[in-house]
Design a protein around this ligand. Sequence first.
Ligand code: DND
Ligand code: ATP
Ligand code: GLN
Length: 552
Amino acid sequence: MTDRLVIALAQLNPTVGAVAANLAKARQAHAAAREAGADLVLYPELYIAGYPPEDLVLRASFVTACREAVEDLARDTAQGPAILIGLPWRDGKKLHNAVALLNQGKIETLRFKHDLPNYGVFDEKRVFDAGPAPGPISFKGVRLGVPICEDIWTEESCETLAETGAEILLVPNGSPFEQNKDDTRLNLVVARVTETGLPLAYLNQIGGQDELVFDGASFVLNADRTLALQMPMFEEALAVTEWIRGAQGWRMNKGEIARLPEKEEETWLACVLGLKDYVEKNRFPGVVLGLSGGIDSAVVAAMAVDALGADRVHCVMLPYAYTSRDSLVDAEACAEALGVRYDVVPIKEPVEGFLSALKPLFDGRNIDTTEENIQSRSRGVILMAISNKFGSMVLTTGNKSEMSVGYATLYGDMNGGFNPIKDVYKTQVYRLARWRNANRPAGLAGPAGTIIPERIITKAPTAELRENQTDQDTLPPYDALDDILSGLVEEELPVADIVKRGHTEALVRRVQHMLYVAEYKRRQAAPGVKITRRNFGRDRRYPIVNGFRDRS
Ligand SMILES: Nc1ncnc2c1ncn2[C@@H]1O[C@H](COP(=O)(O)OP(=O)(O)OC[C@H]2O[C@@H]([n+]3cccc(C(=O)O)c3)[C@H](O)[C@@H]2O)[C@@H](O)[C@H]1O
Ligand SMILES: Nc1ncnc2c1ncn2[C@@H]1O[C@H](COP(=O)(O)OP(=O)(O)OP(=O)(O)O)[C@@H](O)[C@H]1O
Ligand SMILES: NC(=O)CC[C@H](N)C(=O)O
């Protein structure tokens, strides 16, 4: 039995499915922990597989590869420190989300996740079997409780662990980012620490995985609920923590307390990391996007530069008859401020080509959105051609307000592989632009200063698909639209409750209708970074054919 433990918390960025690369990264962290005198290294949930592995774990060969990698790691680290690492584990007919203690060259003990999350973006019951309520793992005579992520979101697992003698709670997590989620997690951990009287180390992964981004922000609370360690958000880090057994039980000696970004800063960093990892983990050389002189494409271009560096971002202005002089000037100024490659490719000829080919069919018909959409689709074709020729991926730029109401053209401006602002309401897009012009946190590749020219932020938003068009010809003012949408989407409120927030019933109903009938567009839309409580994608799964509307 020991009265001192040194536990290294490895806040790492695994890649789903990249078992060998995850193993190599685990070895590096282990070597650093060994150097620092650790007894034990803790890795995030399902680390060797990457989280969430989804249906990949239904492949027996993948589960075997994960097990073999962990066995290799156990064998090669027999001299210590010991390891707690997550992996999918086949146990007869059952498949578990497991954590293994690697000690003295072998897998010594396993524990299985008890509470499988099956709501929001999570679907773990689809692929995993729940384990029994966990008991502690004995290590160097210390009883460690190792509940896995969702296991601490309810009382049961920690209660069982405390009752069966756990002395410290070590929690591996795969907890995706949402705005202000660090507060939610802290409140939750305070509750578990208060109920059990045990100190708790919360370890989360970082990195982008499809539409999710993980923020890390791992921390330790001692049994008296004081914060003993705060790891940074959105950065890989290894914290070597020292624990001493005293009369009141185990206590972590105070470590570093990193500053946590809030509001616009955390949202910007989430979008940047989500985009960066999507591009890097899919091995794209860079990205290309249409830069219109409007706010959305300017913010996306700035995020791309922050994520990848200016030399991997290509901006293209695709003017037509309705593109204003201001738009041309503003797009060029933005590209210059960002330092990116900027080309101008007019779309007059392709648009006229389509119109002339369709002339015999359209003879006698009025001009309507058909002709507007041809402009958008001509831009889409050109951007996809640039992507095909140079290998860069197209970024699409629709914000959450537009994606909600279908204010975007299928196979036009919706073309693209990824959308970093898909879950950002238009009102927040403006706030982000202002925040980024005034701030450049360390670690971002883009320049400091005004990278989004002021006029792009102050002018009225317009799609410029016809003379003197503005978004507000079709949509209510964005302040009102975003408030109604957050009531319908994030809060799932009845129409009547949203009306009470100061909107007319006719407007709320109109927005509900636009939201529901645009589901088909969202199903064909590119993925984008989840930053809210409820993103379009895995979080909100509405039917496309949907005859329901609220009664008054
Ligand atoms: N439930 C459903 N399932 C499958 N398909 C469905 C469908 N409902 C309609 N459709 C089909 O969808 C098509 C209509 O959608 P779509 O072609 O996108 O065209 P549509 O939604 O009619 O027009 C595009 C809208 O986006 C706006 N906008 C805003 C900002 C920027 C841009 C831009 O392009 O730069 C555009 C533009 O002002 C216009 O209001 C039709 O082919 C229709 O048959
Ligand atoms: N003239 C243009 N040149 C290049 N890209 C364009 C042009 N017009 C539109 N796009 C692309 O299509 C997207 C949708 O643009 P649009 O201007 O119509 O609406 P928006 O949502 O207000 O976007 P933004 O604020 O970027 O202008 C833009 O973000 C941009 O990527
Ligand atoms: N991986 C998990 O079990 C995550 C679920 C948990 N509620 C979270 O968001 O943190």
